[in-house]
Every structure is written in C-alpha cells, then in structure tokens.
Write a protein that binds this ligand. Structure first.
Ligand SMILES: [Zn+2]
Length: 383
C-alpha cells in the first residue's frame, strides 16, 4: 500500500530481537516471540519469499524455545478449563443462535456469489477514508499511511484477503499486514477489521501478562475487529456505495462467522475429557460426528461441516464466535452514542479478563436479542 515501509519493519525486528536478549520475564518473552514470528511472516509476505527463522534466532536457545511452549500450553489449558466451566452456557447460546438464524443462512447460501470488482486505487482510499471519518478515526488512518504501517502483498488468484495486526506490547509498535491484497470491497472490510484491532490495542496500554491473557485466553480478542467490520458494512450500505460488492462481502462474512459458531457449538458438545489437553484434536472425523450428531436436527449439517472445513480449534473458533455475538450489541450502542458509550466502556474494562457469562447476561446479550439485531443487519440488504 502507499508508503508501505519495509525498512521500518526491519528496524522493529532488530529492536525486538535485542529486547529478547534483555528480558527475563516469561510473559514478555512469549509476547515478543509471537511478535517476532509475525514480523518474519510479514517481511516474507511483502518480499514474496519464504522466511522461516531458526528457533534459536528467536529464543536465543533451545531451552528458551521449550520454555515458550510450556507457557503457551499452560495458557491453552487454562482457556480449555474456562470453556469447561461454562460449557452449558456456551452450548445453549450457540445452539439457540444457530437454530434461529437457520432460515436466513439458507437464503444466504442460495445467493449467487458475483465476481469481485476491482476498483481504482484512488476510490479505494477515498471510500475507506470516508468510513474512518464517519467513526472519527480519519487521523489514525492518515497516520498509518504516512508512517507506512500498512503492509500489503498482491492478490494471488483464488486466495482471499488475509489480514493480521502485529503488536509489540513492550514498545507498543503496531503494524497491519494484508496478504493477497487487491482494491476490492472484501479487502476494504479486512482493512476495517484490522483497524478494529489497532483501535483496540492502541487503547490497551497494558503489560505482556494482560496482553497474553487477552489474546491467548479470553475469547474477547476479536470483538473490536468484528465491530469495525460491521460498522464498515453499514456505512457502505447507508451511503449506497458499491452495493453489489458489499452484498457479496456481507454474505461471505456471514458464512464465515456462521462456521465459527457451528464449530464452537460442536466443541461445546464434547465431553470434558476430550477438551482437556486438547485431545479433541486427535479424534478422527467419523468419531467426532458420531459424538455430536444427535444434537442436530439434520446430521448432514454437521457432516458437511466437519468433512468440508478445516479442523476445530477452540481458541480460534470461540474467539471469532464471541467476536460475532458481542460485536452486534456493541455496534448498536456505538451507532446510537458513539464510542464513548457506557457499554463500550464497560467492555473495554473487562475485555482482558477471562470469560465469564456475567458481562453477556448483565447486558441481555442472549440469542433472542442477537437474532433481532441480526435480522436488522441482513435486512438492510433487502432494501
Ligand atoms: Zn482479527
């Protein structure tokens, strides 16, 4: 993208590598190791080369690498324990939502996916600037462009746009990376998603412990990003910009998020023993289907899903599922009162804590209210 500055990425890499030799705290080391890994991937993407750093390069020693995985595993186990603790709550919520949106999803699946139209570079910036302006964040976008903090690689045929936000909680450096990028509405929504992370992290200002908990344990890490995606889509619809392309994008996003909900529901149906220590990863698909099919009206639904898609992943599936659910409520209040409303403030306060149903229950974030808002969102398209 304009101003994309690879030199700065190298500088941040050497700064992070240097920090890695200085810090002893295990949480700092885990955060840095993830950051360095992401920087390598981004640099590799931008230069279109495969870079796989040696473990020793990141961790300083084999021992450092082992320690990293020990911390990482203990975080994952804590996340799984947390899932087990509120399993019934998750299961009921996902089940009700999936049941209620079933008809709408069917009609979405019938929609014809049209070719992505590539728009001019100028209109891409103009439209996106308009969106950022509408939520009062034009300055942030300009800053990122000026400092070359948005790194993109061009579209490879058949691949969809993939974004990530790379953040160093020790230096607070932030960059956005988007691969398979092109000037389309889909990529614009990916950019909006990443700016949700930027906005979130920019205001986080916490240490590595909190950051690691937020992104590797809490299920709340994709709420701001999905919120920005939703705000972007609504901005486009309300201003009648590139309507067909927007329609396409919304359908793709809904299908993707529906998959995360379905995956999370399947996971919430498993017995505790399969969730502990991530044993579910080793169950073969046929057994997995046998374990959960009785919970579905049509077992073909779960079969299609499990045979067709990637494997289940608690961290990813739950984080995106809750990102989808909670963001629809936050969006409603942002539209009414802007970002400084009570609900967003309260969410910002609790976002780094481990999941409990309290926040959702207190604000009536249940399936019934979700579906009401969901119908309103999808209904915007029918006009
Ligand atoms: Zn994200």
């Amino acid at each position: 993208m304009i101003g994309d500055n690879i030199e700065e990425l190298y500088k941040r890499l050497s700064k992070a590598n240097h920090l890695m030799t200085q810090v002893r705290n295990r949480e700092d080391r885990m955060a840095l190791a993830n950051y360095i890994g992401n920087l390598y991937t981004t640099i590799g993407n931008v230069l279109n080369i495969k870079v796989k750093p040696k473990k020793k390069q990141i961790f300083g020693s084999k021992d450092g690498y082992k320690k990293f995985y020990r911390v990482y595993d203990s975080k994952e186990n804590e996340m799984l324990d947390n899932l087990i603790k509120y399993k019934e709550f998750h299961s009921e919520l996902f089940c009700d939502i999936l049941f209620d949106v079933k008809e709408i999803m069917k009609s979405i699946c019938d929609e014809e996916i049209i070719e992505e139209n590539i728009i001019s570079e100028d209109s891409f910036y103009e439209i996106f600037m308009g969106f950022m302006n509408s939520i009062g964040l034009e300055e942030l976008f300009i800053k990122f462009l000026k400092e070359g903090r948005i790194h993109t690689t061009v579209l490879k045929e058949g691949d969809t746009c993939l974004g990530s936000t790379i953040y160093n909680p020790l230096t607070k450096d932030l960059d956005i990376s988007i691969s398979n990028f092109d000037y389309t509405v889909m990529c614009m929504s990916t950019l909006a998603h990443e700016f949700g992370h930027v906005y979130d992290l920019d205001s986080l200002n916490e240490d590595s412990i909190t950051y690691n908990r937020y992104f590797y344990q809490s299920f709340f890490g994709e709420i701001y990003s999905r919120l920005f995606e939703r705000l972007f889509i609504t901005y486009m619809i309300k201003n009648n910009i590139l309507k067909d392309q927007v329609k396409n994008t919304i359908f793709q996003l809904e299908l993707m998020n529906h998959d995360y909900l379905l995956a999370s529901y399947i996971l919430s149906l498993l017995q505790d023993e399969y969730l502990k220590d991530s044993l579910y990863l080793y169950i073969d698909k046929k057994n997995l289907i046998d374990m959960v099919k009785y919970h579905f009206y049509e077992s073909s639904e779960v079969m299609d899903y499990l045979y067709g898609v990637r494997s289940l992943n608690v961290g990813e599936d739950f984080t995106y599922a809750y990102g989808d659910i909670v963001s629809i409520f936050l969006k409603e209040s942002v539209e009414k009162h802007g970002f400084s409303n009570v609900l967003v403030k309260e969410f910002s306060r609790i976002r780094t804590e481990l999941f409990t149903p309290d926040f959702l229950e207190k604000h009536h974030m249940n399936s019934e209210n979700y579906v009401k808002l969901y119908k309103k969102e999808v209904g915007l398209l029918k006009k």
